[in-house]
Design a protein around this ligand. Structure first.
Ligand code: AMP
Length: 285
């Protein structure tokens, strides 16, 4: 496995594998089973797997956890090696000295859910992902459904900017008790970890209480009541169309539930199809 810590080293490596089908798995490191599932998918679909590990300052707001974000590169590199990754791209910085002066701006799909409270977050995400696509020039790139809104925005970027890369989505990997895996879970104290479980529990409860044509607000009330009972006040708990992310007042087969909540100082997100069994490719962002 090659570790490239600079774009030049990455280019040198890629020059030697030009004819091969390349998959990129962009990450911010602190790898867990969720990331590993993306690597597995990438390995199935390509000859060469490049994993990028870069904590992108551009996608963090002023009061967010950029400085504290867990950085455990030695562990991450060992995981990548064990999983048969071909190249880890781990640049010190991706922006010119003095900061990025040219960036991308998202004008759709970002004024709700996480975008509503994290101003500029998705601009930072698409900027770094486009830089990574330019550097690696992958045939495919794999992203997790855990960040559903991000997935939708990246698909839109690739389509609007005619980027020659296929976006592959990968299912959410959960702890055995249902908590969606996240690098941020390691911030949680044991008591907070218990409380965090209420997010996925609310989603499951809502899934159990649906019927097509029913009112979304009634299902949201089911989730909200349960969260309230356990002293969790979500930043949002919403039912939206999986593809357009527009709010749905009436439940359809494409309805998806989205939740974000701060548990202590840790902001967690999760999402789920309301009808997992009837999910179709139509509902793919
Ligand atoms: P991050 O390192 O948090 O930026 O995530 C890198 C990629 O891993 C993104 O495409 C995430 O959606 C994906 N990812 C993170 N957690 C999970 C999970 N629990 N299941 C599946 N994919 C995940």
């Amino acid at each position: 496995m090659i570790i490239a810590d600079h774009p030049t080293a990455l280019r040198q490596y890629l020059a030697g594998v030009k004819q091969k089908r390349i998959a990129l798995v962009p990450t911010m490191g602190c790898l867990h089973a969720g990331h590993i599932s993306l690597i597995h998918k990438a390995k199935c679909l390509a000859d060469i797997v490049v994993v990028s590990i870069y904590v992108n300052p551009l996608q963090f707001g002023a009061n967010e956890d950029l400085d504290n974000y867990p950085r455990v590169f030695e562990d991450d590199a060992a995981i990548c090696k064990a999983e048969g990754v071909d190249c880890v791209f781990h640049p010190h910085d991706l922006y010119p000295e003095g900061g990025a002066k040219i960036t991308l701006k998202v004008h759709a799909l970002d004024n709700m859910l996480c975008g509503a409270s994290r101003s500029g977050h998705f601009d930072g995400v698409v900027t770094v992902v486009s830089i990574l696509f330019n550097l690696v020039q992958p045939n495919i790139a794999v992203f997790g459904e855990k960040d559903w809104q991000q997935l939708a925005i990246i698909r839109r970027m690739v389509s609007d900017l005619h980027m020659p890369v296929e976006i592959i989505r990968s299912e959410i990997v959960r702890e055995p008790d249902g908590l969606a895996m996240s690098s941020r879970n390691r911030y949680l104290s044991p008591a907070e970890r218990q409380k965090a479980l209420r997010l996925s529990q609310a989603l499951y409860l809502m899934q159990n209480d649906i019927n097509i044509g029913g009112k979304a607000i009634n299902i949201i009330d089911v989730g909200m009541d349960n969260l309230k009972k356990h002293q969790v006040s979500p930043e949002y708990l919403e039912i939206r169309h999986a593809l357009t992310l527009k709010p749905e007042n009436t439940i359809t087969s494409q309805s998806r539930i989205f939740i974000a909540a701060k548990i202590g100082n840790t902001r967690l997100i999760d999402n789920a199809a309301l009808f997992p069994q009837t999910m179709t490719n139509e509902a793919t962002p």
